[in-house]
Write a protein that binds this ligand. Structure first.
Ligand SMILES: Nc1nc2c(ncn2[C@@H]2O[C@H](COP(=O)(O)OP(=O)(O)OP(=O)(O)O)[C@@H](O)[C@H]2O)c(=O)[nH]1
Ligand SMILES: [Mg+2]
Length: 388
């Protein structure tokens, strides 16, 4: 199937219009081409040639099998190998007859950048936690001195995906100067709009929500509303600093306290959906004896905004599955099911038959090779296989 899609992709915009015409009118063959040309207002040469006519027949089959969403996503993914992403995004915005939702979805496949926002006081282990998730020194870890004292961003490439980590300790320090917070919030604004995940990081062994934590919750909520918390996770670090006999209780109470603080500004509903997770960056296990990395990844992934989901999944694939030996991040059956559900939603918008459609992508006669889609579909199939 990839060969057919490549033929259509090579036609550029006219190929996409042809696809839309076929999907929305049900036309096929020469009438579909004529109709697409009428929309394009261009010369016959644009879609001329036997190639287009042949492609139209096959394209009809693909549309029937996979639906316009997946076919369109793959066409743009292929085009993004050669054409500038910005130009393609503009083109997508101007496409006729298709929903905004589909436009967003298609843009996600070609955007190979994801933003993580970290908030929390100095020294709580923000940098260490990012490093644990991505398994490398993305962000500098400091033992004594605050190592991050402005809005700092780190970039890190993993499997062709560019992670942008935005570190914001300045907002959470008691070194408040007049106007400082406002400065931070302005710097953060564009990042918040595009973030895939936000972590509110706090030490599990702290006994209360500190005044600067309260302040950051208030500022973020007032400035960005529920958007600030939509893809957030509460991350408790230093889990092993709490005795195992008190672990479950401490985690529960600390979570409730932070949610309560957030609820004041954005309501109970939103606050109570924010999951919490305890980690310890100096150990693979938490006081309950469980490995924490799989659960941490799952919670972050399930909460991640759909805008960066495909890129995030593609970047993590090698950590989740290894063809030889143990994967770095091990998921249990429940975690796999959750990750799978989220991928379905991101790829095909939660259609009931999602699994089947994704499965078909790599099924007999229809391999998608390469690209983010191919990687994510591969991941999906791996998750499925181990579930079987
Ligand atoms: N025991 C333990 N130590 C941790 C944990 N997370 C971080 N650390 C240590 O705490 C210190 C600070 O960690 P960082 O990751 O630099 O903290 P940060 O929040 O990024 O700090 P700033 O960038 O300065 O704001 C380092 O010495 C880490 O090794 C943890 O979960 N458990
Ligand atoms: Mg740091």
């Amino acid at each position: 199937m990839d060969k057919v899609i490549r033929t259509v992709a090579a036609l550029g915009l006219p190929g996409v219009i042809l696809l839309i015409v076929m999907a929305t009118t049900g036309l096929t063959g020469a009438p579909a081409i004529t109709s697409a040309l009428a929309i394009l207002g261009g010369p016959v040469g644009m879609l001329g040639g036997i190639g287009a006519l042949l492609a139209v027949g096959k394209l009809g089959e693909l549309l029937a099998q996979f639906g316009i969403d997946l076919v369109m996503m793959r066409i743009y993914e292929i085009r993004s190998e050669k054409e500038p992403v910005e130009k393609l995004c503009q083109e997508i915005d101007n496409l006729p007859f298709i929903s905004n939702e589909l436009k967003q979805k298609v843009k996600r496949v070609i955007d190979k950048q994801i933003i993580f926002v970290l908030t929390g006081r100095t020294g709580v282990g923000k940098s260490s936690t990012v490093n644990s998730l991505l398994d490398c020194e993305v962000a500098k870890v400091g033992k004594y001195e605050p190592t991050t004292n402005s809005l700092e961003t780190y970039e890190h490439e993993l499997n062709g995906i560019n992670f942008i980590i935005v570190d914001t300790p300045g907002l959470c320090d008691d070194l408040e100067e007049a106007g400082n917070d406002k400065k931070y919030l302005n710097l953060m604004k564009p990042k918040i709009q595009k973030m895939v995940s936000m972590w509110f990081v706090s030490k599990l062994d702290d006994t209360r929500v500190t005044s600067d934590e309260k302040r950051v919750i208030k500022r973020l909520s007032k400035e960005f509303g529920k958007k600030a918390w939509e893809c957030s996770v509460i991350v408790f670090t230093f889990a092993n600093s709490v005795p195992s006999s008190e672990y479950e209780e401490t985690l529960k109470i600390r979570t409730e306290l932070i949610r309560k603080e957030i609820a004041q500004y954005v309501g109970e509903d939103i606050a109570h959906q924010i999951p919490s997770i305890a980690v310890d960056n100096r150990s693979k296990i938490t006081p309950d004896g469980k490995k924490w990395l799989g659960e941490f990844f799952t919670k972050v992934f399930v909460r991640a905004s759909e805008s960066g989901l495909i890129a995030f999944a593609a970047a993590m694939k090698d950590s989740l599955f290894s063809s030889s030996g143990e994967a770095r991040i091990q998921l249990d059956e429940n975690q796999k099911a959750e990750v799978k559900k989220k991928i379905n939603k991101g790829l095909i918008g939660g259609m009931a038959s999602g699994g089947t459609v994704v499965g078909l992508f790599l099924g007999p006669g229809g391999a998608i090779v390469g690209g983010l889609l191919g990687t994510v579909v591969g991941l999906w199939l791996e998750l499925d296989r181990r579930n079987a």
